[in-house]
Design a protein around this ligand. Structure first.
Ligand SMILES: [Zn+2]
Length: 320
C-alpha cells in the first residue's frame, strides 16, 4: 500500500504515511512550495521528496511543526533549503540526539531492526530560520502563515495556515485516530492555545497524525483537551481522585496519567494557606471599640476610623 497523497484543497496536499499514521504537508504557489514536516527518517524523507517532485518542480522551503523526531528526521533528502521552526537549531540537535537513541532502542525492542538502523543513520538537519510570533511566506500568488503557538503539545509548536484555502496544518496539537500525546505537553495551556488557533474557523484541519478533519471535529477535540486540563486541576485541588480522572477522561487512562504527571511537574499545587490568627487586642483598639461599633471587637483586622468629625462638639444652639 505505502504512503499516499490526499489533495485537501487547491494545490494543498497531505501525505498520509503508514509509519505512525503521520500526516505531512505540501502547499504549492506560483514561485515556490512549502513542505510541512519531513518524516521519520532519512529514507522516509527521500521517498517523500521524490513524491513531491512528481507533483511540482518548484523550489521548496520547509516548516517544522515541532521538534519531535517523526516530524523532521527526513530532512537530509531535501538538501540545502530554508527551514522554519520556533525552537533554534541547538535545541533541535540536543533533543534529536536523545530521541534517536530512545527510538532506535524502541524499534529494536519491537524487533524492527531495519527501522532502528534507518533512524540511526539519518543525518539530523536543524532549522535555520526562526519564527517568532507569526510570519507570512509568499509562495507566489498565495501567502501562507507560519505561527508560533506557545505552550501546548510541546514548548515549540508551530502551525501553518493557508488562508486562501481555509486549511490549517495543526502539527500534533490535534491527533485523529490516537489520543493526543502529553509526554512533553503543557496540559493547562494547550486547550486555550488551540482554541485561539481555531478562531478564524479553518474549513480543513490537518492533524500531525491521522486523517484530515473539519473545523467541528477540531473544536470537539479542543473541548476534550480542556476537559483534561480541568481534571488535572481538580485532582490537584483534591476534588477528584486520580483514579476517577483516569476512568472518566475523554481519551485513555494512560493519556490522563501522563497529563497528570506533567501538570504536577509544571504546576505543583500551592501549599495550603495557614489559617490567620486574630491579632491580640491592643489598647488602642480597646479604646476604639468603646467608642465605635461593637462588631469591630470580633473583626480580626484593626478598624480604621475615618469619621473623627463626630468627635467635634457642635453647638446647635448657636444662632438662636
Ligand atoms: Zn509530537
Amino acid at each position: 500500500m505505502g504512503d499516499r497523497w490526499l489533495e485537501v484543497a487547491e494545490r494543498v496536499w497531505v501525505r498520509r504515511c503508514e509509519e505512525l499514521d503521520l500526516s505531512l504537508g505540501l502547499v504549492v504557489g506560483d514561485d515556490g512550495c512549502l513542505v510541512i514536516d519531513t518524516g521519520v527518517d532519512a529514507d522516509h524523507g527521500f521517498e517523500f521528496a521524490t513524491a513531491i517532485r512528481e507533483l511540482t518542480d518548484k523550489p521548496w522551503q520547509i516548516a517544522y511543526t515541532h521538534d519531535h523526531f517523526d516530524h523532521w528526521f527526513g530532512t537530509q533528502a531535501f538538501g540545502e533549503s530554508a527551514i522554519w521552526a520556533v525552537a533554534d537549531g541547538a535545541n533541535y540537535l540536543a533533543i534529536g540526539d536523545d530521541q534517536r537513541k530512545k527510538w532506535a532502542a524502541k524499534y529494536r525492542r519491537d524487533r524492527r531492526e531495519e527501522a532502528a538502523r534507518r533512524i540511526g543513520r539519518s543525518r539530523l538537519v536543524p532549522p535555520n530560520c526562526a519564527v517568532r510570533g507569526a510570519i507570512g511566506l509568499n509562495l507566489g500568488g498565495r501567502t501562507v502563515v507560519l505561527r508560533q503557538v506557545g505552550l501546548a503539545h510541546s514548548d515549540n509548536d508551530m502551525v501553518v495556515e493557508i488562508p486562501d484555502a481555509g486549511v490549517l496544518f495543526a502539527g500534533d496539537l490535534l491527533e485523529n485516530g490516537a489520543p493526543p500525546n502529553y509526554d512533553a505537553a503543557f496540559p493547562y495551556h494547550w486547550p486555550q492555545n488551540v482554541e485561539y488557533l481555531l478562531s478564524w474557523k479553518p474549513t480543513i484541519v490537518v492533524p500531525g497524525h491521522g486523517d484530515p478533519v473539519d473545523y467541528w471535529w477540531a473544536r470537539t477535540q479542543t473541548r476534550d483537551l480542556a476537559e483534561v486540563a480541568r481534571l488535572c486541576n481538580e485532582v490537584a485541588l483534591g476534588h477528584v481522585s486520580e483514579q476517577e480522572a483516569k476512568d472518566h477522561n475523554p481519551f485513555s487512562a494512560a493519556t490522563m496519567e501522563t497529563a497528570l504527571q506533567r501538570s504536577r511537574l509544571l504546576a505543583p499545587p500551592p501549599p495550603p494557606a495557614p489559617i490567620p490568627e486574630p491579632p491580640a487586642p491592643s489598647p488602642a483598639s480597646a479604646e476604639q471599640s468603646r467608642m465605635g461599633n461593637p462588631a469591630f471587637d470580633q473583626a480580626p483586622w484593626a478598624p480604621v476610623i475615618i469619621y473623627d468629625v463626630f468627635d467635634y462638639n457642635i453647638d446647635l444652639t448657636q444662632g438662636l
